[in-house]
Structures are given as structure tokens and as C-alpha cells.
Design a protein around this ligand. Structure first.
Ligand code: GCW
Length: 681
């Protein structure tokens, strides 16, 4: 059959390891599920589908336990068997969404048990149990206890009402607005199921550059149909709200947050939304950023703006995610702005507001230092926004596994309470005891048959969900499981392809912006290079703003002699970055403007090292191609060919980036291409 990748990591093919297959078959004779609910029907369906595929035969699903070795699935509330299994203590520890996968001997027979406090917890447990089989791991001894560390784990769709997707490279938006609510595409269920399998529990349906019509009756009916489909999968619907909605769809002549009529309008609007979607999650707002309206238009602060929406949501239990991605055209350093704007407001936001902060201070670049707002807001719930779609990573043409980037972002040490105060510990509420914790990923899904365009784009969706659930996971471990579930267990495939994935992000950094260069993209599309861009509608959208190269040197001085953005970090972080001689070189030009002859650790000058790294980026892509070519025949030809063709594009683009950047910088530095490297053509 044709392999179009549409089954994602949920392929459930018969286990190829004979020994394991035999073990599973002998230990799983029957499934026992007691209770009824929409989610439990999904649980039944999923376990049946999973086991039928993986074991190669179907297993009876019963309501009563017999004397055969069974898999028991239930909550103590609806399953007598689970209630009598003595799991109370462990269940207490795992909260609403957690699960246990364990064993119990009952009347002389050992059974496997998936237990949770809620049906959603069971669904997560079922996916986890099936994964054990998908990964060919033993189920002889089982004692898995798992609960998410972050409460709100969301995808953000930058989807417009005309179904175009801002920075989306995998087809149209999944939401077929023109036929909703009557027609419910089966894809909605597929989408919910895939997300539930990795623990995502919320989705913002529409773009942060938000069309106010999204909040009209007409669209709320449509959104409500989606919410009904997603609900039994544990996924809540959220909407991006436009700050001018009171005017644009409400007929008021102001959107001033301190105006009582405006406040009343938001209350009524929110009440109306809850009539359609009783468990509506809340709003996401991009305000006073890139032309979006916001409270500053009325001389009000972000907190004054946010709190009005938050108050309207509060009685319903909704949350408000307010984005910290703000910058204006006339400031000295865009890096500084989020921090300068929001730190003075710490403590002024309502407690159902979460400030949503991108991982880095500029904008989802291939490498950024962590955003200084992490750790700087002890009194404001703070969540992390990552980008899953590859806006700055070659769209869905390039293979760039985001696991290493997410891991780097989560494990960055803010030092706000001494060593070990990672971004992960800020956002999971460990350090400041936040009331709400959250994480968001800008989605890379669309109507492409394989969901993400590039077959390896699926890995980014997957790793985002996995790390949102458990931020202590390593990118490598997740790559390993994703490969096994998505392609094959053959070690001749898994090992080389895994190391290819692990290198792919760094390759993307090197052929675009090594040594801490940033944002050298052609403005607008963000695909190819244009480091020479100097004149655009605003300076902070030009490449020269970021690299500041001239005949003397290159880099953005963010030390005291420059914008002093470094002062926004804790002293130990600052100290680490302050000295160009000792700082990590991958961040060098983020913080320092240095002469071309500056000596680096390698003994090379800055110029030589920069050029070498650009060349290495291309070499790394060539190595990725070699690796991929070596696995032909180990997987289906369709996906093999697809990836092979895309790698060819990536190779051309990497050369394009290298040559464009090296030649441009050479026109400023006046230095020769270092010996041993071919001349850029
Ligand atoms: O990354 C930039 C994108 C914009 C995006 C903006 C944002 C949704 O280029 O397309 O707008 O960030 O995050 O708001």
C-alpha cells in the first residue's frame, strides 16, 4: 500500500520482533473496561485498533474480569476492578491527567492495569501502553507513573479564516470554515487523536493576527462543533482575540479597556462564547505588536488591557494568554523591549493571565539565547512559546529536527534562584509557584496528506508534545522513539538517521547564521538570505540592523558599551556572556561587535571561523544526504524518495545561504576565503 505518512507515529503495524510478539500475545488475552463515556468509547476503540494491529489478531473487550491474563483499564470511579486494586495512594499522586501502567495479582492471576483518576488520564495511559508495544519493550514488569508537569499544553494555529496559514507550509488550514458546523471532516478526529497521543490538551484555532469575525455568532457555531469533537480527546478550544473587537464587531466607538461599555462588551461576548463552548479555554492576544491593536492605543498598559479580558473569563474558569512579543520601530535594540515593557508590570496582571513569551528575545531564530523575561516575573504566570512550524528553518522543504532547540531552550539556566533555575522550572511553576502554567507551540500542520509537508516535520509536532508533557526528556530519546514508531526498528536505519536528525538543527544554524549572527533573511518570506538588506519600512526589519557588519568588524554590541541588553540577565548569566574571550562561541555575535581579526578558541580569526562554519553547514547537509542515501531499501520507497528529493533542495539552499552570506561579508571585510576552501560560486 502507498505510504503517504498520514498515519503519523500511530501506525500500529504487527510487531516484527517474534519474541516480543509472543510475550504480548500470551500476556494480553483479554481487555476489561468498565464504565461508559465518550472518552471511554475512544479508549475502547484505540486499544482495539492498537492491539489488533500490533498483535495481528483481535482481543475480546469485556466488562467483567475472568481468569485469563487481562489488560484492565479504568478509573476507580467507574471500574470496580480498578477500585479494588489498591492503587489509591499512587492515584493520588498523579492528578487529573496522569496515569499508571502497572500490574496486580488478583485471585492468582496477574493482570496489567491502566489506571487514572479521569477518563482522559486513561486515554493518555492507553497511548502510553500501546507505545510500549510499538517500541517492542517488555510488558512483563510494568510500573509506569506519569503526569504532566505543565498544565496548559497548547498548539497555536496561525490559521486565517480564508484557510491560509501564516507561516504554514503544509497546505491549507485544517479547519474547513465554509462547511462547518454541518460537515465535520474526519480529519478533525484524526487531529484530536494525534494530539491526545502526545498529551496536547488545548488548541488556539485562529491566528494571533486575529480576524475579529472569529468571535461572531457565525464562527462561534463553527468553533463549537470543533470543540465538541475535540472534547472527548481532552482538548480545549481557545481563540485569538482582536483587541478592537468591541469596535469591529461590537459597534462601539472605542476599545479603551477602561471604558465601562467596553468592559461590559467583553463580559457579554465571553458569556456568549461559553454558551457555545461550555469548557472554552480562553483567549490568546497579540497586542501592540506588528500593527495589531492594543491598550497602548489608548495610553493604557498591557496589564490594564489584559485584565479586562481576564476578568470576563474569570467566572467561567477561562485563562488569558497575553503575548510578550512586542517591539517598536524606533527603539535602539529590539532584544530589550519585551523585558523593558513587562518587568515593570510584574504583579499587575490578574491571576488568570499568563504571559506568553517566545523562547528567545528576537523571533524564533535558529539559535537564540533564552529570553531574559524567564525568571524576571516572579508575580506573573509565564509560559513558553516555541515554534513548531519552520518559519526560519527552510519551511517544510528542509529537514530540521527541533528537539535539540527545544531542549536547549528548556534547559537554559536563568540562575534566578541560583544554579539550576532552568527555563523549564520557571514555566512549570517550580520556582515561583505560578497559579497557571503553560506552553505553546506554533503548529506546523495543514491539509497535506502527511500533515506537515516534510515527512520529518512530524517529528517536530511529536517532540513538542512530548516535551510539553515532560520537559526533562532529551531530544535524542524522543527522536529514537519517533523513528521507531514512524518508520522501522531496523538499527541500520534508526541509528544513522537519528544522528542525522540530531545534527540537522545545528546544520541549519551553520549555513544561515553561525557564531550568533541572526536574522539575515530576506524580509517578508524568511526563506532565503539577504544580509545586505538595509532599507525597508522600518530599521528593525533589515538584516544590517542585526549583523552590524562593516569593514572593521561584525556583531551586535549588547554589553555596556552598546545597548546593554545583557543587564537584563542575572549577574552570573551576564558574566558568562560579557567576555568575548570566554563566552560560548555559538552566542558570540549576539552580544559582541568584534573586529574581523579577533582570535577565537580554534586559533582562527573571527573572519576565518565564520567562513569555515558556513562551509561546515553545507558539508553537514551533504552528510545528511549520504546518510539518507545509505538507508534506501530499509523503509518504503515513497517516503524515502520524498525525503531524498527534499534533501537535494536543502543542499542547494544551504549553498545559496553560504555563498550569499560569505560573499556579502567578504565585500565588507575585504578578506580572502581561507585556504583550503573552494571559492563560492
Ligand atoms: O515570527 C513572526 C512572524 C509573523 C508572526 C509574528 C508573531 C503571527 O514573522 O508572521 O505573526 O512573528 O509571532 O506574532
Amino acid at each position: 500500500k502507498a505510504e503517504d505518512g498520514s498515519r503519523l507515529w500511530l501506525r500500529y503495524e504487527q510487531v516484527s520482533d517474534e519474541e516480543m510478539l509472543e510475550q504480548y500475545r500470551s500476556l494480553l488475552q483479554e481487555v476489561v473496561i468498565q464504565g461508559e463515556s465518550e472518552t471511554l468509547s475512544i479508549v475502547r476503540h484505540e486499544i482495539q485498533k492498537g492491539l489488533t494491529g500490533l498483535l495481528g489478531h483481535s482481543i475480546p473487550i469485556d466488562k467483567v474480569l475472568s481468569q485469563t491474563q487481562s489488560l484492565i483499564i479504568g478509573t476507580p470511579a467507574t471500574s470496580k476492578v480498578v477500585a479494588s486494586a489498591g492503587l489509591d495512594e499512587s492515584l493520588k499522586a498523579i492528578g487529573d491527567e496522569g496515569f499508571l501502567v502497572t500490574m496486580k495479582k488478583m485471585e492468582g492471576v496477574t493482570h496489567r492495569i491502566i489506571a487514572a483518576n479521569t477518563d482522559i488520564g486513561l486515554l493518555y495511559g492507553v497511548f502510553r501502553f500501546l507505545k510500549q508495544l510499538q517500541l517492542h519493550k517488555s510488558i512483563r514488569d510494568l510500573s509506569i507513573e506519569s503526569a504532566p508537569r505543565i498544565k496548559h499544553r497548547l498548539l497555536n494555529h496561525w490559521d486565517n479564516l480564508d484557510r491560509s496559514v501564516e507561516r504554514g507550509y503544509a497546505g491549507l488550514s485544517l479547519w474547513e470554515w465554509s462547511t462547518l458546523p454541518e460537515y465535520k471532516s474526519p480529519r478533525y478526529v484524526d487531529y484530536a487523536r494525534a494530539n491526545a497521543s502526545i498529551g496536547i490538551n488545548g488548541t488556539v484555532l485562529n491566528n494571533v493576527n486575529s480576524d475579529p469575525r472569529m468571535m461572531t455568532e457565525q464562527y462561534l457555531e463553527k468553533a463549537s462543533a470543533l470543540a465538541d469533537i475535540f472534547r472527548p480527546y481532552g482538548i480545549k478550544v481557545y481563540l485569538s482575540a482582536n483587541f478592537y473587537a468591541p469596535m469591529r464587531i461590537g459597534g462601539l466607538d472605542t476599545a479603551d479597556p477602561l471604558d465601562p461599555e467596553v468592559q461590559q462588551w467583553w463580559k457579554e461576548k465571553v458569556d456568549q462564547i461559553y454558551e457555545h463552548i461550555p469548557d472554552f479555554g480562553g483567549f490568546l492576544v497579540k497586542a501592540n505588536s506588528e500593527g495589531q491593536p492594543g491598550p497602548a492605543d489608548y495610553g493604557r498598559t498591557h496589564a490594564e488591557g489584559a485584565n479586562v479580558l481576564a476578568e470576563a473569563l474569570q467566572p467561567h474558569g477561562g485563562i488569558l494568554m497575553w503575548r510578550a512579543f512586542v517591539y517598536s520601530a524606533d527603539q535602539e535594540d529590539r532584544f530589550r523591549e519585551g523585558y523593558d515593557e513587562f518587568v515593570p508590570l510584574d504583579g499587575e496582571f490578574a491571576d488568570n493571565v499568563i504571559l506568553q513569551v517566545k523562547n528567545g528575545p528576537i523571533d524564533f531564530q535558529p539559535r537564540e539565547p533564552f529570553h531574559p523575561l524567564f525568571g524576571a516575573l516572579p508575580k506573573t504566570n509565564t509560559m513558553l512559546e516555541l515554534q513548531v512550524t519552520q518559519e526560519y528553518f527552510g519551511f517544510s522543504n528542509h529537514l530540521a529536527y527541533m528537539g535539540p532547540l527545544y531542549e536547549e531552550a528548556l534547559q537554559s539556566d536563568t540562575y534566578v534562584q541560583g544554579e539550576g533555575s532552568t527555563v523549564a522550572k520557571v514555566i512549570d511553576g517550580d520556582l515561583f509557584d505560578y497559579k497557571h502554567t503553560g506552553i505553546a507551540g506554533v503548529a506546523n500542520t495543514g491539509t497535506d496528506r502527511n500533515w506537515t509537508g516534510h515527512p520529518f516535520g512530524q517529528a517536530n509536532w511529536y517532540v513538542y508534545g512530548r516535551m510539553a508533557w515532560d520537559h526533562s526528556l532529551t531530544a535524542e530519546k524522543v527522536a529514537d522513539e519517533w523513528l521507531r514508531m514512524t518508520f522501522t526498528h531496523d538499527p541500520d536505519f534508526v541509528e544513522p538517521v537519528k544522528s542525522m536528525m540530531m545534527k540537522s538543527r545545528e546544520a541549519g544554524v551553520k549555513y544561515r547564521n553561525p557564531l550568533g549572527l541572526t536574522h539575515l533573511y530576506a524580509q517578508g518570506h524568511h526563506y532565503g538570505p539577504a544580509p545586505w538588506t538595509a532599507e525597508l519600512s522600518r530599521p528593525d526589519w533589515t538584516a544590517v540592523y542585526y549583523h552590524r557588519a562593516d569593514s572593521a568588524g561584525i556583531g551586535f554590541d549588547r554589553t555596556e558599551s552598546g545597548s546593554n541588553a545583557l543587564e537584563q540577565y542575572q549577574p552570573s548569566v551576564r558574566a558568562r556572556f560579557e567576555n568575548p574571550e570566554t563566552m560560548p562561541e555559538e552566542y558570540l555575535l549576539w552580544f559582541h561587535h568584534l573586529p574581523w581579526d579577533f582570535k577565537l578558541n580554534s586559533g582562527k580569526t573571527l573572519w576565518e571561523e565564520l567562513v569555515h562554519r558556513y562551509y561546515e553547514g553545507v558539508t553537514m547537509v551533504e552528510e545528511m544526504q549520504k546518510t539518507w542515501n545509505s538507508v534506501e531499501g530499509l523503509i518504503d520507497q515513497e517516503r524515502f524518495d520524498h525525503v531524498q528529493a527534499l534533501l537535494e533542495i536543502q543542499k542547494k539552499d544551504a549553498l545559496w545561504w553560504r555563498n550569499a552570506c560569505v560573499l556579502y561579508f567578504q565585500s565588507l571585510s575585504g578578506k580572502p576565503i581561507p585556504a583550503g576552501l573552494e571559492k563560492p560560486a
